[in-house]
Design a protein around this ligand. Structure first.
Ligand code: 4NP
Length: 166
């Protein structure tokens, strides 16, 4: 029997610096993808709308919070969003309204991606935006990770029901 063509769904998580929220989202979502047996079907990446931390590893507080959830994000490195991301990715999901405004400004007319807020996918009422934890204390990272988990849970359920199914 011929192999069935696998349709790859590409998801890009976006925040401001790509060292706190979006790398946590990338790691947490990738773990869910793996646990759902969908590694071959869903590709995950993250980036920032700002270029302050290009090439840097995630913030130590983000790495620690992820590690507490058995998610290793130590190998991730910051990068900035590119115009071709809007053609390469199916979902470009950001953390707050400022990120969204920046993305909408740079989105080319030809872009095929769904550009929106990650929290729009959350089924629980855990807020519409994921606030920047960078200037806050370590506790903020736990709250951010909980919100990200809720958003990613909704996203993976949606993909399992639709785009990522046979
Ligand atoms: P992130 O957090 O957008 O969640 O990665 C930030 C990291 C760094 C800065 C701001 C937000 N910064 O201004 O350097």
């Amino acid at each position: 029997m011929a192999d069935k063509e696998i349709r790859l769904t590409r998801v890009l998580f976006v925040c401001l610096g790509n060292i706190c929220r979006s790398p946590m989202a990338e790691g947490i979502f990738r773990q869910m993808v793996h646990q759902s047996g969908l590694d071959a079907r869903i590709e995950t990446d993250s980036c920032g709308v700002g270029d302050y931390h290009v090439g840097e590893p995630p913030d130590p507080r983000a790495m620690r919070e992820a590690q507490q959830r058995d998610v290793d994000i130590t190998e991730l490195r910051g990068r900035v969003v590119r115009r071709d991301d809007f053609d390469r990715f199916d979902y470009i999901l950001c953390m707050d309204g400022d990120n969204l405004e920046a993305l909408q400004k740079m989105a080319p007319d030809s872009g095929q991606a769904h550009v929106g807020l990650l929290m729009d996918f959350a089924s629980e009422d855990t807020g519409t935006e994921i606030g920047d934890p960078y200037f806050g204390n370590t506790d903020n990272f736990g709250r951010v990770a909980d919100q990200i988990t809720a958003g990613c849970q909704g996203l993976i359920e949606r993909l399992k029901r639709g785009e990522a199914s046979d």
